[in-house]
Design a protein around this ligand. Structure first.
Ligand SMILES: Cc1cn([C@H]2C[C@H](O)[C@@H](COP(=O)(O)OP(=O)(O)O[C@H]3O[C@H](CO)[C@@H](O)[C@H](O)[C@H]3O)O2)c(=O)[nH]c1=O
Length: 333
């Protein structure tokens, strides 16, 4: 009989974040008993969990803690059969000015989860969440899991470190860990710092010109509910233990094309002007990302369901209805 999450005790770290909140919703509807680890400093204490339904919110156990706090993490992992580790510092520009905090949160944080999982008798499987950013600019496309890893930013380097730590716990201790490597996830609840909310929030706020950094880089954009479903499919897959597995749409769109589609979705066409503050150092900018998703399809049968244009329209609509979270939140680093 295939595995299921019904009645299973599950921990999600980073549950108050963008992808974490979507994952929590799906885990609750699959019948799992969800423990949500939230960072104590986020919006109204529980971050984007404020946006899930009351029914979901009432059914989960919320605990606060810092991923850098080994003792707290050991307590959170205790008794959990499945652990999803999402908690990370994720902004690339901020990693240029605060590299050490990325090591503390992303490498030490992952180590705390791995160590606690190793010490747990209850664990069936740990999903350690990586990022496509670790590949750097594509040296060949589509990018499969054997593509070289290049740390083009301290953020990327910290995630490579965390992924290697996860690999070592599998090789050294046979910890049942799978590394999920999502490409660029987008959708409701994504922070204003990322490119799609940056574009959509300006358009929805009535801008007369759209300020953007680079226009030519391409990304493999995957809708948040699809990314969350991909992570769950890996959690339920014994054959994925010890593996790194991409989660992406297998489609490639430039930033300029993305802006044009969003203009259509919002019904406003405005000129694009260059925002110098958002241009990254040349060698740090990842110019091309496109996922090879053969492995996840083979292992779990998962594939992306939400077409890009449909996902963009849903995201623009959600940002329009939640514009209060975006106006004040303009990042310049
Ligand atoms: C915010 C912003 C971004 N950009 C460009 C820079 C990049 O070429 C591209 C995408 O930028 P971002 O949305 O920040 O995404 P990216 O650099 O790919 O990194 C994201 O995607 C990664 C997954 O690959 C995650 O691990 C990172 O945490 C996340 O930040 O858009 C602009 O041109 N203007 C902007 O205002």
């Amino acid at each position: 009989m295939s595995e299921s999450l019904t009645g299973k005790q599950v921990l999600v770290t980073g549950a108050d974040g963008f992808i974490g909140s979507h994952l929590v919703e799906q885990l609750v509807s699959s019948g799992a008993k969800v423990r949500a680890l939230v960072y104590y400093n986020s919006w109204n204490q529980i971050g984007w969990l404020n946006d899930v339904s009351q029914e979901v919110l009432q059914s989960i156990e919320i605990i606060q803690g810092d991923i850098r706090d080994a003792e707290r993490i050991a307590g959170a992992v205790k008794g959990c059969e499945y652990v999803f580790h999402l908690s990370s510092l994720i902004a690339i520009p901020y990693s240029y000015v605060a590299a050490r905090s990325y090591v503390d949160t992303n490498v030490t944080g992952a180590l705390n989860v791995l160590q606690a999982s190793r010490n747990s008798d209850a664990l069936t499987r740990l999903v350690h969440v990586s990022t496509s950013e670790v590949y750097g600019t594509a040296q060949r496309v589509p990018i499969d899991e054997d593509h070289p890893l290049v740390g083009q930013s301290p953020y990327s380097a910290s995630k490579i470190g965390a992924d290697k730590m996860a690999e070592s716990f599998y090789l050294s201790f046979e910890l049942p860990v799978v590394t999920a490597r999502p490409f660029n996830t987008f959708g409701p609840r994504q922070t204003a710092r990322a490119v799609i909310p940056t574009i959509a929030s300006q358009l929805q706020a009535g801008c007369t010109e759209l300020k953007l950094g680079a226009l030519t880089p391409t990304r493999d954009f995957n809708f948040a509910t699809d990314t969350a479903a991909g992570m769950i499919s890996l959690a339920l897959c014994k054959e994925a233990e010890g593996e790194v597995v991409n989660i992406g749409s297998g489609e490639e769109w430039s930033i300029e094309e993305t802006a044009k589609i969003l203009m259509e979705a919002v019904g406003r066409e405005v000129p694009i002007i260059c925002d110098e503050d958002r241009i990254r150092p040349e060698k740090s900018e990842v110019n091309r990302l496109l996922a090879d998703t053969t492995k996840i399809a083979r292992l779990t049968g998962w594939k992306s369901q939400v077409p890009f244009k449909e996902g963009l329209a849903k995201t623009a609509d959600w940002i329009g209805r939640n514009i209060q979270h975006f106006n004040a939140e303009r990042y310049t680093i």
